[in-house]
Every structure is written in structure tokens, then in C-alpha cells.
Design a protein around this ligand. Structure first.
Ligand code: BT5
Length: 278
């Protein structure tokens, strides 16, 4: 694919046709520019839009990460989408959808770049550099989820100069790793199909059914990490995740710690990990 084709708009009608009869993507709202696809999906969900509605934009003026961070969203290079989900689950289970999306995104990316891996809780990395991020937001009535907005950003054809200086050694895209331009419409089709499969499994059997898939794609198991979150800092070795999606860490004092939210830094780099005792 030449450069002009790589930076062409998504073939949205072809995408709509491919997803018309499916749960995820039965309705696709497309924008050249939007503030944030998560914000737009929330507007639609609040107005009653059904499960599976997808919002896609070619660029975002206020793309968001977690905790008010910015998601860099250069136009026509990458993928920015949000999905409205209405799972019949309790509020405490909603964070598992981030992990479900992590499995789906990593599987889709692996079709182009096999070494793509999940970094708990919400990143996909290639050789230690972030290629995708997931932002899950929720509305609830008492203890039940009313809707979840699953936002995913994937760097596809972005070049290093599309990222600000401070991200150039931390971020990457599929294109340089695959050694060729990425057909963004094709990637989006594959991503939506994978999300449909993984979400279907989650609804039918719960997160426990996805846990082995997640573990098989994780780059953290066996690594020494630092975790910061909820005002606390932990250091330890990652043992894996629990059936509820919490990260299981053995801290420096040998205690088992369950971490439910936070940012993880790998301390010993991404050299092959030593196996852990289970
Ligand atoms: C995330 O947050 O990784 C969630 C990103 C979700 C983005 C999607 S795009 C579609 C939808 N609409 C939205 O508005 N958001 C979602 P977090 O773990 O907090 O990581 C944010 C950090 O990642 C930033 O502080 C930067 O360090 C880095 N970052 C920003 N833009 C990036 C990019 N394009 N590629 C790689 N890293 C990036």
C-alpha cells in the first residue's frame, strides 16, 4: 500500500456492510473530527443508543487517556473508536471489560505484528512501546451497570514525527513493526470482529473464560514491576491475574498483593522473563 492510500479516509461504507448483521458495529457513527469518541459515545448512550453502536473518528481534538491524560490523535493515521456496551453485570465487574478489550486488541494487532503483548491493565505494547490504549468508562444505576463506553486507540500508520517529543521513545505503531503500511479499514474490521468474539465469551462464561487468553498474551507475568495507584506504590514480581482481573503481585516482603488499579512500570526491561512459581 502506498503512502497516499495509507493516509486515505476509512472506507466507512465497506465497514458498515461488514458489520451490519453483527452485535458490535451494527451501527457505526463516523466523524472526520470529534472532541473524543468516548465523549460522543456517552452522549449517544445517554440518549438511548443500543449496545454495539460504534463511534469512529479520523482525529480527536480532546482524545483522552485515564486520569485526565491526553491521547495523541493525529488525523488519518491511526484508529480512534468507542463502543457502547450494555452488559448485565455489577459495577465491580465493569473493569474486566478493559481486559476483555485488551485480549481482543492484542489478537487483532498480532495478525500484523505477532509479538504484540498486553500490559496490564489497559495497554498493548510492541517490544515495550505502547501501540494501543483502552479507556473504559461507565454509567451505573445503584450496583448495576447501565452502560459502558469502551474506547480504544490504536497507532497504525503514525510515524515517529506524528508523536510529540516526549512520546517518541515510548510509543510505536503497527506500520514500522510490520514493515508495511496498514490498511486501516481492514484492521478496524478485524478489531471489531475480535471484540465481538471476546465480548460474547465474556457474557456467556464470565472473565474466567478469557483469563487464559489474557495470560497467554501478557508481557508482565514473571517481571519485576513497580505499580502506582490509589495513592500507593508497590514493587514486586507479577504472578498473573485473578479470575476477577486483579493483578497478582508478590511484593518484596514475599506477600501476595492483589492490585485492582494503577500504572505499571517494568523494572527489569523486556528480556525473557524467568518462570514464576505458582
Ligand atoms: C490510555 O490511557 O492508554 C487510554 C487511551 C484511550 C484512547 C482512546 S482513542 C478512542 C477513545 N476516545 C478517547 O478520548 N479515548 C479513547 P493511559 O493509560 O492513561 O495512557 C495515556 C498516556 O499514553 C499518555 O499520558 C501518554 O503518555 C501516552 N500516549 C498518549 N497518546 C498516545 C498514543 N497515541 N500512543 C501511545 N501512547 C500515547
Amino acid at each position: 500500500m502506498n503512502r497516499a492510500a495509507a493516509h486515505a479516509p476509512l472506507s466507512i461504507e465497506s465497514l458498515r456492510r461488514s458489520r451490519a448483521a453483527q452485535r458490535i458495529g451494527c451501527r457505526i457513527e463516523y466523524f472526520e473530527t470529534i472532541d473524543s469518541t468516548n465523549t460522543e459515545a456517552r452522549r449517544l448512550a445517554t440518549a438511548g443508543a443500543a449496545e454495539g453502536c460504534v463511534v469512529i473518528a479520523e482525529t480527536q481534538t480532546k482524545g483522552r487517556g485515564r486520569l485526565g491524560r491526553t491521547w495523541v490523535s493525529p488525523p488519518l493515521r491511526n484508529l480512534y473508536l468507542s463502543i457502547i456496551l450494555r452488559p448485565p453485570i455489577a459495577v465491580a465487574e465493569a473493569a474486566q471489560l478493559t481486559l476483555v478489550a485488551g485480549v481482543a486488541a492484542t489478537e487483532a494487532i498480532s495478525e500484523w505484528v505477532p509479538q504484540a503483548a498486553i500490559k496490564w491493565p489497559n495497554d498493548v505494547v510492541i517490544d515495550g512501546r505502547k501501540v494501543a490504549g483502552i479507556l473504559t468508562e461507565m454509567e451505573a444505576d445503584d450496583d448495576r451497570v447501565r452502560f459502558v463506553i469502551l474506547g480504544i486507540g490504536v497507532n497504525l500508520n503514525a510515524a515517529p514525527e506524528d508523536f510529540p517529543d516526549d512520546l517518541r521513545d515510548k510509543a510505536t505503531a503497527l506500520c514500522p513493526a510490520a514493515g508495511r503500511s496498514i490498511d486501516r479499514t481492514r484492521f478496524t474490521e478485524r478489531l471489531l470482529a475480535r471484540i465481538d468474539d471476546c465480548y460474547g465469551l465474556f457474557l456467556a462464561q464470565g472473565f474466567a473464560a478469557l483469563r487464559p487468553l489474557w495470560e497467554g498474551r501478557s508481557c508482565l507475568t514473571g517481571r519485576t514491576v513497580q505499580i502506582e495507584g490509589a495513592g500507593r506504590r508497590y514493587a514486586g514480581v507479577v504472578r498473573g491475574i485473578g479470575d476477577d482481573g486483579a493483578l497478582m503481585v508478590c511484593d518484596t516482603a514475599g506477600r501476595d498483593v492483589r492490585v485492582v488499579a494503577g500504572d505499571v512500570t517494568v523494572v527489569d526491561g523486556y528480556a525473557p522473563a524467568k518462570p514464576t512459581a505458582s
